[in-house]
Write a protein that binds this ligand. Structure first.
Ligand SMILES: NC(=O)c1ccc[n+]([C@@H]2O[C@H](COP(=O)([O-])OP(=O)(O)OC[C@H]3O[C@@H](n4cnc5c(N)ncnc54)[C@H](OP(=O)(O)O)[C@@H]3O)[C@@H](O)[C@H]2O)c1
Length: 284
């Protein structure tokens, strides 16, 4: 049996939809099963579980062979996911597919990559078979710009003219599903990117063409970006960690393009224009 954690979130919900279509049995863990049932329907299998409460994980992980490990990015993430790895060891789970981030390492110079690196290291030491998923930034992050694009025709980020190989979550989900249901992905670390590296000015041009009205990208300072994230309710440490990623991108770290999506799924990764077309209603 496969257990999906983080299933009700951005990539998790795409994974649920795709895994459902394969016909493989799976179970969804959520802190709030009623909410998850309202989201996905009553015909799926659910279990209550909270990474913050290890005893709830012992019950949720019983009888599970393959664990999809994903937690929302938050200041408690390392503790939460380490709780899950310990519970996976206790439950005798055979395989973990871990949602991580590109460049993860315990000694990485930026917070998010370091947090994921610490969790990956513990999984590697546990002896459990594992696949580490290293997606680049999600195209779906543009959803947080949607109100500004709708209201002002502008969006703001501290990216300068950096290029980033943004990836669509449907592609991240497709790689996740392959790693969950197929053999042969164990031991792999998959750098999941889109098919091209785009600058935010190019994204603005694509948005303008697809929406039929002018959309402008405004590059802002790290300090302005951090203040906006904190104002939007993100904790100061998490806001700092997100701004650090943009700094790395300015150094070109986010630009490499890989063929992982095509190699693993047999389909070309989606480009930003397709993402905008499929989500145009959000930005209009
Ligand atoms: N955004 C990007 O560009 C990007 C790029 C690369 C990697 N990533 C990585 O992707 C991950 C985030 O993925 P996402 O955006 O799909 O996540 P998300 O939508 O923010 O949330 C995922 C889920 O985490 C679950 N969760 C939160 N706290 C929990 C807890 N205490 N116990 C159990 N479950 C908990 C929630 O499930 P319930 O509420 O149902 O319990 C939630 O649905 C992070 O690891 C991030 O570093 C993101």
């Amino acid at each position: 049996m496969i257990l999906l954690t983080g299933a009700t979130g951005t990539t998790g919900s795409a994974t649920v939809a795709q895994l459902r279509r394969t016909g493989h049995p799976f179970r969804i863990m959520s802190r709030d099963v009623g909410r998850a049932q309202a989201q996905f329907g009553h015909d799926l299998d659910y279990v209550e579980g909270d990474f913050a409460r290890p005893e709830s994980l012992d019950a949720a992980f019983a009888g599970i062979e393959t664990l999809s490990l994903l937690c929302a990015f938050s200041e408690g993430m390392v503790e939460f996911e380490l709780n899950a790895v310990e519970a996976a060891v206790r439950a005798g789970i055979r395989r973990i597919v871990k949602m991580s981030a590109i460049g993860a390492a315990p000694d990485a110079p930026t917070t998010i990559r370091r947090w994921h690196g610490v969790i990956e290291r513990r999984i590697d030491e546990s002896g459990i078979l594992r696949t580490h998923l290293w997606p680049n930034a999600f195209m779906q992050n543009f959803r947080r710009f949607a109100p500004l694009i709708r209201e002002r025709g502008e969006f703001y980020a501290p990216l300068g003219d950096a290029r980033v190989s943004l990836v669509e979550i449907e592609d991240v989900a497709a790689v996740t599903v392959a790693a969950l249901i197929e053999d042969g992905h164990e031991g792999e670390t998959y750098e999941i990117t889109g098919p091209e590296a785009v600058s935010y000015a190019e994204c603005a041009a694509i948005l303008s063409e697809e929406l039929g009205r002018q959309v402008r990208y405004v590059s802002v300072s790290d300090e302005e970006a951090r203040a906006a994230l904190v104002e939007a309710g993100i904790g100061p440490e998490a806001a700092q960690a997100l701004v650090e990623i943009d700094g790395l991108f300015r150094e070109g770290f986010g630009a490499p393009v890989t063929d992982v999506v095509e190699r693993v799924t047999g389909r070309r990764a989606r480009d930003f224009r397709t993402f905008v077309r499929e989500n145009a209603g959000l930005f209009r």
